[in-house]
Design a protein. Sequence first.
Length: 201
Amino acid sequence: MQLKEILKDIKIARDNLKNVGKSATIFGSARFSEDNRYVKDAQKLCEGLADLGYSIITGGGGGIMQGANRGAFARARTHSVGFNIMLPFEQKSNGFLTQGAKFSAFAPRKGALIENSEIFVIFPGGFGTLDEFFEILVLVQTGFKRARIYLYDEEFYAPLMEFFHTSLLKSGAINESDLQNFKLCDSVDEILTDVQRKENG
């Protein structure tokens, strides 16, 4: 990966984020089918967030990302943004984007997904989703970003929470306060209610 390509990606990100306004980024697996409950929940959530005036940003692919973009796209009153990536195996952009771009490298793409948003919802996903979650978590932990992070589905993330408590916290690698930087949620309404409550101060 050449520096000029990374700089090109950064410019693409800035150009696409100029007029997005307040936004929420949704992360999750691209592998889930349209009838998966998480995909349906992502759509419902983003319909609600769009109604609250949030633009929706995703990685632009299928699964959770498509559900989220579909929800924003259906409202037609906000931006539905997708930041995809060029991979050896083709990852097509979903058809529910009002704008977006395809990146040549993961790092600037991840920066674009994180830069503009103040809300992050982490649906079930694989290594990529966890990578994105930990990136945001570190930025919040170290004070480089203020954000609200929601982990969706307590049962799915229970083993990760156990690891946080029995390994990281127990060993002193993290503090108890670090575990307050995100919120576990089990329903779309729980997230939307929390967002509204914090907006109303």
